[in-house]
Design a protein around this ligand. Sequence first.
Ligand SMILES: Cc1ncc(COP(=O)(O)O)c(C=O)c1O
Length: 393
Amino acid sequence: MKHFPQSEILNSLPKQFFASLVKKAGEYIERGFDVINLGQGNPDQPTPGHIVAKLQEAAANPINHKYSPFQGFPYLKKAVSDFYFREYGVELNPEKEVAILFGGKAGLVEIPQCLLNPGDTVLVPDPGYPDYWSGVALAKAEMVTMPLKEENRFLPDYSELGTEDLEKAKLMFLNYPNNPTGAVADLEFFEETVSLANDHDICIVHDFAYGGIGFDGVKPPSFLQAQGAKDVGIEIYTLSKTYNMAGWRVAFAVGNESVISALELIQDHLYVSLFGAVQEAAAEALTGPQDCVKELNEMYEQRRNCLIDGLCSIGWDVSAPKGSFFAWLKVPNGFSSEEFSNILLEKAQVVAAPGVGFGSYGEGYVRIGLLTSEERLAEAVKRISELEIFKKS
Ligand SMILES: Cc1ncc(COP(=O)(O)O)c(C=O)c1O
C-alpha cells in the first residue's frame, strides 16, 4: 500500500503531550490496577433529563431531518441572546452578534484562520489550553506567551509584555475560569484588557468554557460585561460543561460583529449547521430550568472541598481553585511535574496531568480534574497520603 505523506501544515501541529501518560495509565488498567483517572477533562455526569427529552422529541420531527439553515436556526441565536441577558445583563443582537459553533474547540481553532495572515502574532496564556496552539499553527501564525503566575492570581501581567510584541499582536486568547489553574478573573481585569486591546488593536477571544462553574458564591463574570468589550472581541461559550453536553458538540461565539461574521463565513465553507434536534436541545438548555446548573456547581464545590481539605490534611500545601472543575496543585519540592505525575501513577495509581503539558509556566504543577465522586477523590487522597514523601512530612 502506498504511504501518502502528510502535508507540512499537518506536520506543524503541536504534538499531543499527554499521549504517553494516557498510554501508561492504560497499561496499568490492563494489568488489573484500580486506576483513578483525574488527568482528563471529561465531565462525568449525564446531560440533564429535560435536555435529553427535548432532543428525543426534536429528533422525531422531520423538519430536523433536512439540512438545517447555514449559520443555525434563528431560535437558537435568540435563546443565546436571552441567556446572555438573563445571566450577565449583556444585550446581544441575535442576528449579528451570535455565531453557532460545533463545540467551543471548533471556534477556538477557526478563529486564527479567520483573522490572521501567516507570520502574524498571537498572545496566548502559559499555561493554557493546548487547542489555542493548534489554531495558531493552522493559520501559520506566531505565538507569544503570557505567563500566568500564582503571585498574579494566574492573570497575565500586561506590563510584562514587550512593546514590540504588543504592537505586532493581532489576537489574544484568554480563559477564565481558567483551565488549567482554576483561577477566576474579575471585571476589573477584563476592563484593563479592553483598554489594552484598544490601545494596541488586538482582538480578544475570551474562552468562557467554565463560565458556569464558580465557587464560594462568586459567579464568574463574562468578558462582555466589561465596558466596550464588544468593540474589541468575542467570547466563546460551550454547553459542554455548564450543561454536561460535551458529546453533543454545541457552543456559540458572541460579541464583535466583524469577528462573528468572519466565523460564520469560514463555517459556511466547512459545514452546513448542527443537527436541528441538537439546536432545539441547546435552546432548551439555555432557556429551560436552570436548577441543574446550580446542582452541578454545588457538586463540584463539594468535590473541590473534599480534595483540597484532604490533601492539606496530609501535609500537601495546595490552594483551592475558585472555578472550573480543575485543581492546580504545586508539586512538592524536588520533583518536576512529569516526575511527580509518574510517581502518582506508579505508586498510587492516580492519574494527574503534568503541568508542563500546558506550557513552560505549568512546570512545577499537576492538574487534577474534579470529575469523579467524593468517595473516589477521598480514596485518591488516602493513596497519596501513603506515598513516602507525605509519610515523612
Ligand atoms: C479551556 C477550554 N476551552 C474550550 C474547551 C472546548 O470544549 P468543547 O469543544 O467541548 O466546547 C475545553 C474543553 O475541554 C476547555 O477546557
